[in-house]
Structures are given as C-alpha cells and as structure tokens.
Design a binder for this molecule. Sequence first.
Ligand SMILES: *[C@@H]1O[C@H](CO)[C@@H](O)[C@H](O)[C@H]1NC(C)=O
Length: 330
Amino acid sequence: MKTVSRNWVASVQVALSLLGLPYSAGTSGICRKNAINSTPSLCSSTSVYMSTVAHIKARCPVYPGSDTSRFPVPDDKVDWKTDWPQYYPVNYTAPTVLKKPVWADPEIGEFPPQFNSLDGSVDRRSHDGLYLILNGKPLNPHGRTGLEGRGLLGRWGPNHAADPIVTRWKRDSEGQRVHHTTSQLPMLQFVSIKRLDCGEWAIPGGMVDPGERISQTLQREFSEEAMNSLQASASVTENIQKRITKLFSSEGLQVYKGYVDDPRNTDNAWMETVAVNFHDESGNSVSEFPLQAGDDAGQVSWIDVDSSLDLYANHLHFLETVAKERNTHW
Ligand SMILES: *[C@@H]1O[C@H](CO)[C@@H](O)[C@H](O)[C@H]1NC(C)=O
C-alpha cells in the first residue's frame, strides 16, 4: 500500500542511475556539519541528499497542533536505505491545509507538480540537492518521520523559509563597544522576537512567498516585525524602511542553507531555510531602532549574542556561526 516498498534500495539505485548520478551516501551530512562549523560555501555543490544525520524533532511522538501520533521510528530505521517492511506511517494532513489556502498545494493526483524544479512561481528545488519521488510523492531527504502526507506544511517536498539575523555591536551608555568580562571579545546583539506559540525567543524569519527571491523574504520578514514593534508615524516609517533597505542590500553573511529538523516535517514535506546575517557595523543604521525589551509574546528586542541563550530550535547554531565568523563573544 502506501508504505515504501521492500525494494527500496533497488528503487533508489534505479532512480539515481536514471538521473545519471552516483549513489553517494553521507556527502551532504558532512556539508551540513561544515555549514554549522565553518565554511558555508561548501554547501553550494549539488549532490543527491542521502544524509546519515538522523533528524530528531521530525520524529516527535505527537504531531504539533494535533492528537496524531507518529509511527515510532527508531534511530536505526530513519534511513530510507534501511529495508523496513513493517513501516506503516500514519497519514495526516491538517484540515487547514486540506482547505486549500493560497499557500498550500492540492493533494497528489489533483495537480501536476514539477518536483526538483522551479514549478511556475513555486520553487520545489531543495537546497540540499535532488530528492527522490516514490509513488508520486517526494521523500524526506533525512529519512522516515513516522507520518506521511503534509501535516501542517503547505507544499509537497521542500517548504522554503528565510531567517534574517540582524546584528549590532553592544555599546555602553558612552557609545563604547562592550567586551565580555570572561572572553574579552566584543559583544553582538541581534534582533529577536518572542514567539506567540511557545514563548521562546527566535530570529524573526518566515516563509518564502511564491515568486519571491530569498533576499526579498529576508527583508520583508524583518521589516514586518520591526514596523509592528516600532509603531511609528508615516514619515518615520519611511525613514526606517530606507535604513532597512540599505542594510539588506549590503552583502550578508550566509550562515546556513538547507534542511531544518522541524517538528512539522513529514515523510513527504519538510522545512528548509537560508539564514543570513546583516550586521550594522557603524551603528547608525538599524542599531538606532528603539526595540522594546520586555516579556510579552510578540515582543521584538535587541538580545545579547551568547552561548547560554535559550533560543528556538537551530537558531542557536546560526548565532554561534555568526559569532565565530565575526570573532565576537560566544
Ligand atoms: C491520506 O489522507 C488524505 C486526506 O488527508 C487523502 O486524500 C489521501 O488519499 C490519503 N492517502 C492515503 C495513501 O491513504
């Protein structure tokens, strides 16, 4: 039925040979590690994504926003290459997605998706290379999740997001850069938003709209959050918008690009993101935004970049990369 056939390995090999590609396990796993630890540019090479990195959140027992329990997937069965005839993932797509809002695809069979390519205005390419299609459905490049369908995600295959990391130097009341007492390194602050759903601090990112370039998404998401927080008059808003546009047109530092281990992921739909750091070096751009410090959900704030931060999901890794690349306190 709906499960992956026991001829999985053979299917993969056939699929890859049809594409004229070698079967290379683990290449991108190394690439991901590099994306976190050192050179992000190593991630740009196109390779078939067969990672050995086992996703964790994508196997959370109860699917978010539902009472649906995933079929339990032990570590040694995550990889699609591991034959597992007893695998019966639960089929779940959230009612909100089945209602066909503009941001969601129809069900498979109701439309002709062009996977692994730019499909009209919807980018169905993965940042991590080609993904496989089985019975018309894309397969999660990081392996089994215990749930098929799309869950809360709108797109079959990759669901693209972008995370803008906007930083400034931490300064004292005299405007001097603050160095950390222990590490002696200068300290950064970044724009953070308190999430409404879980109350955790996070980078103010969001989904890439159809036809939108990632650079546009980065700026749009940041602008929306900053504007909401600042609640400025029309003339001030224009000034703020100019500063944001200038900062985002400077060359950002890409700190991550690829798969996200997200609790919403399924066997057929998953999150991917591009995280880019825009740094206000001189301090006369967005650094001057008086973002409010506070505890209310939805609050936007300048927060010190520090390894002890209790931050949403992999956002901590993104910040660590920023701090290491810029040789600042972590
Ligand atoms: C999974 O559920 C969807 C509706 O949520 C349905 O359209 C689809 O046919 C189901 N797929 C399988 C393989 O049962």
